[in-house]
Design a protein around this ligand. Sequence first.
Ligand code: PMP
Length: 354
Amino acid sequence: MKKHNFSAGPCILPKEVMKRASEAVLDFDGLGLSLIEISHRSKEFVAVMEEARALSLELLGLEDQGYQALFLQGGASLEFLMVAYNLLDKRAGYVNTGTWSSKAIKEAKLLGEVVEVASSKDKNFNYIPKGYGIPENLDYLHLTSNNTIFGTQIKEFPTTSVPLVCDMSSDIFSRQLDFSKFDLIYAGAQKNMGPAGTTLVVVKEDILGKVSRTIPSMLDYKVHISKDSMFNTPSVFAVYTSMLTLRWLKDLGGISAIEEINEKKAKLLYSEIDLNPLFNGFAKAEDRSNMNATFTLAEEGLKETFDSMWREAGINGLNGHRSVGGYRASMYNALSLESVGVLVDVMSELERKA
Ligand code: PMP
């Protein structure tokens, strides 16, 4: 039986995508060859890369607006450095909303001055800072739209004339935003897109080429753009599987359709967290993430019972990150409302039993 997979990433992907991807490993579209044994320069794989890039821009509503989509390697973690290499000339602003923002700040500091314009570290990152001032003289402002570990999500993005860079690793393609507000978006594939191994970077071309440093080729967005995201051998399986997930999302009705389902799932779980006296939500209610719900047990003594109950119900991946403790239910695009229902039933069953 397939488990209800609440893992934070790598995580659940649509069943039909998994089936098609696994078939392609044996025989790619009837070629008599595997997807992972053909040349990345073959016309068949070039078509995959082009479709993945085009679908990314189409789903985000960013076609014909000067943006380029790239499928790179090195994870979102390498983007922490690449963003700074390509955009940080003198001074950049960062909003520190958790572990991943802190890591992005650390890398940027290698290359220039970093102004931490706001932080929620004072409360172990359980909220999103708001109403902070943004200096005008920044090369860019870096945000993390969804904080995977702490379960907070930016609901309203700041309005500023400074170029906006956003790490959307854990909520890309999950909700409708005006993506044209952002000059650079990046996201590791392993949440809402595909297996680990590739990172989507969507960049507005006209913000590039403004720094004075020499950029090593592999770290230079302009080089990757000039080679149509094929400067070196791409992660073919991860790109193909991401392309299949993007097709799946388009067939479903795009981001606005999945957003509706994601809202239902989050509402169902957060209502249970709020109504059931045995559970406490970790994140401040107004900043709660629709992707990662973090919560703790009111009585630690119930841990063993609760853990065996959810495991018996076929639930996987519910343990919280060590920096928060408790539980984290990740409800990415491919997780069904039914799976959230199973978790909520276990939580209310615990209340009946306790
Ligand atoms: N940013 C966010 C918001 C993340 O959730 C993660 C990984 N979970 C990362 C960055 C780092 O991604 P990677 O492991 O692909 O480097």
